[in-house]
Design a protein around this ligand. Structure first.
Ligand SMILES: [Zn+2]
Ligand SMILES: [Zn+2]
Length: 138
């Protein structure tokens, strides 16, 4: 038995994953690639050490899309839900989508939650709240 702190899945249920440890950081990304891939005002990701992100079911249903040559976005070929990203510059980390969590919580340190790439945000959207806002990634 592993100790899961959270479980998640895609909308159609073919992809299932577990988190075995707290996430490191949480980002709300407003870049145009995340907005378009998610067909949403922003994409939310939490980062976790790769060994603590366990793909339990549905690996064969994942499709990968590269928005740039070093960003590999994995999504369900059945329902289109984005599940996680591999970035070539941080091979030890997985960027998963906490919006797909079913039970539990990503447990990221609360001070790490922030908006990134707000310089590229959709003009229809106004960011409210007290979270830090970064023009780009840092
Ligand atoms: Zn699916
Ligand atoms: Zn982005």
């Amino acid at each position: 038995m592993t100790d899961q702190i959270a479980t998640g899945s895609c909308q159609c249920g073919k992809i299932r994953y577990s988190l075995l440890a707290p996430s490191r950081e949480l980002h709300h990304c407003h870049c145009s690639m995340c907005r378009k891939c998610h067909a949403s005002m922003f994409g939310t990701y939490a980062t976790i050490q790769r060994e603590y992100f366990l793909l339990e079911e549905g690996k064969e249903h994942l499709t990968t899309h590269l928005t740039t040559s070093d960003v590999h976005r994995h999504f369900c070929s059945g329902c289109g839900a984005h599940i996680y990203i591999d970035v070539d510059w941080e091979p030890d980390l997985v960027w998963f989508t906490p919006g797909t969590i079913d039970t539990g919580h990503p447990q990221h340190p609360v001070e790490t939650e922030r908006h990134i790439w707000v310089g590229s945000k959709n003009p229809l959207y106004s960011i409210t709240g007290d979270l830090p806002k970064h023009e780009e990634f840092d």
